[in-house]
Write a protein that binds this ligand. Structure first.
Ligand code: ARG
Length: 587
């Protein structure tokens, strides 16, 4: 049990004893981390929240609660301001918690009580179209969520829902037949297909008859023409091989690659079903789902306000020409994930621009009586230093492969400068960990909904909230253990550490919070909570390292400090691995 839970439980019992049946059944006891150490370690606003409901003065209610809490073995209590209850954790309790953490391979992170089957839909680039910055964000955030949800004991299924059935294939097929250089295709399928797409797209603008021919190729593909199906399949196969290479450099893996085309056969019956059940209807030849009035207009994804009026924006699920749409595929995908994977939760890590789309999809499911934990895990954009959408120097969309290469190259320079004597091979693998770590950490330390500026110098700096800073902290801890010829994984002691120095206490305070931080990330899919926690931990370790000699101390002080170091190393390692970031032992 975490300290937060322990205190929360005490509070709950105290409230029950004090108020009995007066305690509203809906009331949820909450104990939060205090924002400022002056107010202790944890804080609860229970008195203020309840005073209103049971019509009592908050301050005197707080006094009653504190009296009912009595003397706690874990913490001192006091009242502050209008009726906050502050908990100051006793050093002996921190020490005891560290002692049990030391013997716990999960470092105080309990497995979830109610494991779920969670499908996470992320990355999902489009074949023969550029993998843009949005796909980079999705790839990194989605992978971390999968790692964390798994670590919490859920059954996680990762699915790369690639866009493998779009109108772009008309142009690709035409280009394949008229323009393709097969040797290039084998070498770099993603870039080559993209180039074909761009060339043919440009050509179509000048020559309308080429555009017509492309459309005809698409129709042939859709109606099952053997030759076109063969070409299409090869494109997908080659693209997958290219993507796998990128993902494996990032140490990201998918359980499934069920692209859009996987659902083709399900679309017609699905639309028919929606018509039969009266959820969809014809409008101007198309089949659409309109609002059913369930939401207030402000919350209704099928309405938009214009000139003071609410106008319908239906979800179109079949075009007048009979073609199906992105929305149709996503409805079929949702069905499949529920029926086939028995998903309790389905999370879509996709840019904020698709907000309306997902709201509509989830709402259509509600109309069909299908409910679940469906989330659109949205994110903002990545900007260049000029605060405009991040582009290459010649204005092209940034390609993930190039970003990875550049990160590793730049990291290589940082590593060489820092430690020129390391063997070449080791330098190389460190540069890889630092470069890729830097990209990931820059992403994951942001509030996902805000835009952020892609800044090489900042993300590779050895100070500040960056991967290299955290990696360097880990290196520092490792070097302590190297000098003692011991291993941080295997340190054990017979008694809880002694915590005297304020810097020791502060480090302890952060270490014990690991078990509180990790589960909270999934409440709202916010990996930045973990990133900023790990940064605080590393900083606190540095202060401790400055203030408290480890190897030059003696007896139980030395032993206690080694315990703090070992736990710091283990939490950093476990925490960074949940973010998908590798920690080298030297750099
Ligand atoms: N391929 C889409 C895009 O690039 C993202 C797909 C996200 N997943 C989904 N089930 N719609 O925008």
């Amino acid at each position: 049990m975490t300290i937060q839970e322990t205190l929360s439980r005490h509070l709950q019992i105290a409230l029950k004893n004090l108020l009995g049946d007066e305690l509203p059944a809906s009331y949820r006891t909450n104990v939060e981390v205090a924002q400022d150490l002056r107010y202790g370690d944890y804080q609860s606003n229970a008195a203020m929240a309840l005073a209103r409901q049971i019509k009592k003065n908050p301050r005197s209610l707080a006094e009653d609660i504190v009296r009912s809490l009595g003397e706690l073995p874990e913490a001192e209590t006091e009242i502050a301001g209008p009726g906050f209850i502050n908990f100051r954790v006793r050093p002996s309790f921190f020490a005891q918690t560290l002692f049990s953490m030391l013997r716990d391979p999960r470092l105080g992170v309990a497995v979830t009580e109610h494991p779920k089957t969670i499908v996470i839909d992320f990355s999902a680039p489009n074949v023969a179209k550029p993998m843009h910055i949005g796909h980079i964000r999705s790839t990194i955030i989605g992978d971390t969520l999968a790692r964390i949800a798994r670590f919490m004991g859920n059954n996680v299924i990762t699915d790369n829902h690639i866009g493998d059935w779009g109108t772009q294939f008309g142009m690709i097929l035409w280009g394949w037949k008229h323009k393709l250089q097969p040797d290039l295709l084998e070498k770099d399928p993603i870039a080559t297909l993209l180039q074909v797409y761009k060339d043919v797209n440009a050509l179509c603008k000048e020559q309308p008859d080429v555009l017509e021919e492309c459309k005809a190729e698409l129709v042939k593909l859709q109606s099952g023409d053997d030759e076109n199906l063969e070409i299409w399949k090869r494109c997908i196969r080659l693209t997958k091989i290219g993507l796998e290479k990128i993902y494996s450099r990032l140490d990201i893996h998918f359980d499934y690659w069920l692209g859009e085309s996987f659902y083709n056969d399900a679309l017609a019956p699905l639309v028919q079903n929606l018509i039969d059940t009266g959820i969809a209807r014809e409008s101007d030849g198309a089949i659409c789902v309109f609002s059913d009035g369930f939401h207030r207009p402000q919350q209704d994804p099928f309405l938009v306000s214009k000139d003071g009026q609410w106008l319908p924006v239906p979800a179109i699920i079949r075009k007048a020409d009979g073609g199906f749409l992105y929305a149709t595929t996503d409805l079929a995908t949702l069905d499949y994930r529920i029926n086939h994977f028995h998903a309790d939760s389905i999370w879509y890590v996709v840019g904020a621009a698709q907000d309306k789309h997902f709201k509509q999809i989830f709402d259509v499911q509600r109309m069909r009586g299908i409910n679940g934990d469906f989330r659109h895990v949205a994110f903002g954009s990545i900007l260049g230093k000029d605060r405009r959408p991040f582009k290459t120097r010649d204005g092209e969309t940034v390609n993930l492969q190039d970003v990875i290469d550049e990160a590793i190259e730049r990291a290589g320079r940082v590593v060489r400068e820092k430690n020129p004597t390391l063997p070449q091979e080791e330098q190389k693998s460190i540069a890889q960990a630092v470069g890729i770590g830097a990209i990931k950490f820059a992403e994951l330390s942001q509030n996902r909904l805000s835009d952020y500026i892609f800044d090489w110098d900042k993300m590779l700096a050895l100070t500040g909230d960056t991967a290299p800073y955290l990696q360097n902290s880990f290196v520092r801890v490792c070097s302590i253990f190297r000098k003692t010829n011991t291993n941080f994984e295997s340190i054990s002691t017979d008694a809880p550490p002694v915590l005297h120095h304020e810097a020791e206490l502060q480090l302890a305070r952060l270490l014990v919070r690991f078990g509180e931080v990790v589960p909270a990330i999934l409440d709202d899919c916010r990996p930045n909570l973990l990133a900023s926690y790990l940064y605080d931990l590393a900083r606190s370790f540095h202060s401790f390292y400055e203030a408290c000699p480890v190897l030059r101390s003696e007896g139980s002080e030395r032993e206690s400090r080694l315990v703090l170091c070992a736990l710091t190393a283990r939490v950093l390692k476990q925490g960074m691995s949940l973010l998908g970031i590798t920690l080298p032992e030297r750099m």
